[in-house]
Design a protein around this ligand. Structure first.
Ligand SMILES: Nc1ncnc2c1ncn2[C@@H]1O[C@H](COP(=O)(O)OP(=O)(O)OP(=O)(O)O)[C@@H](O)[C@H]1O
Ligand SMILES: [Mg+2]
Length: 275
């Protein structure tokens, strides 16, 4: 930890590495998820159970809710996150947008949540367990851990970036809308906001039809690289959940189905609007 934290503080590259090996078992139906009998999460997790709200406590999907807050906490650094389901081209677009913005004289720092998170290993082990045994209490704990890490990144990593720079972050809390689906995204969002996780100046959602991103991800040298997804149907459900949350919260969506240059132009144009 002592050795790795300073390295992570200055990490500005985006790794293509996968955190943990993909699970072998299929992803069980979320709708039928129940706590696993005999499974113990300890006192902290048991306490968390009482905080869980059901989806009925939140507005239905087709009813508008307030958009994601867009208040910048540091006017000298523009913080932009790119989120979306697996394989939609976030990293590709982020890297190309970095080059395009730098070519215009902007100071750009690329970060990825995965690489900055000091708790990533243990958290992903829990995500792996969650994929095998869907359970709301465990999902809540995962969401809290991710939010705690983002709060740490907000306090320890973001303030150390050069003044006046643009930070492009590969995944931030909007991605939870695709992957954490036992808790309503609105509750996940609240967990992040109450921990004072940095609110992006711009949330970009990168999407494609699920068949396209699935095929592109599978064709990569490293393959799909997913901890939780085994089948295209699960990926389609993630895509739908993300797009619905994006619509409810007014995320700027970029559909990366054509030439990557077109998606990059769209993202760069959106970034310019918040400079
Ligand atoms: N517009 C595009 N046309 C064709 N191929 C593309 C396009 N955009 C990205 N790709 C390719 O799709 C694959 C997935 O892209 P990338 O790894 O950037 O996705 P990602 O969203 O970062 O994935 P992950 O969620 O796993 O991090 C890569 O091989 C990339 O080269
Ligand atoms: Mg990526």
């Amino acid at each position: 930890m002592l050795l790795t934290v300073p390295i992570m503080l200055w990490a500005n590259t985006v790794s293509m590495a996968c955190d943990v090996a993909p699970i072998q078992a299929g992803y069980p139906q979320l709708a039928s998820a129940r706590p696993v009998p005999g499974m113990r999460f300890g006192k902290a997790a048991e306490r968390l159970c009482i905080d869980i709200k059901s989806a009925a406590d939140y507005p239905p999907l087709n009813q508008p809710v307030s958009p994601l807050p867009l208040t910048a906490s540091d006017p000298n650094v523009r913080f932009i996150c790119l989120d979306g389901p697996k394989g939609t081209g976030k990293t590709t677009v982020l890297e190309a947008a970095t080059h395009a913005l730098r070519a215009c004289g902007h100071k750009v720092v690329r970060l990825s949540e995965k690489n900055c998170d000091p708790q990533r290993g243990p958290t992903m082990a829990m995500v792996n367990q969650l994929a095998r045994h869907p359970d709301p209490a465990l999902e809540l704990e995962v969401c809290q851990r991710l939010a705690d890490s983002r709060a740490w990144i907000s306090q320890q990593v973001l303030p150390r970036q050069p003044s006046g720079c643009i930070v492009l972050m590969d995944r931030w809390y909007p991605s939870d809308a695709a992957f954490r689906r036992l808790l309503p995204f609105e509750q996940v969002l609240q967990l992040n906001l109450e921990r004072r996780v940095r609110v992006p100046d711009l949330h970009m959602g990168i999407t494609t039809a699920p068949e396209i991103s699935w095929a592109r991800a599978a064709a990569r040298t490293r393959g799909l690289g997913s901890t939780v997804l085994q089948h295209v149907e699960e990926h389609a459900a993630c895509t739908q959940a993300f797009e619905q949350a994006a619509q409810r919260h007014g995320l700027a969506l970029c559909r990366n189905e054509g030439r990557v240059e077109a998606a990059v132009e769209e993202v760069v144009a959106r970034v310019r609007q918040v400079l």
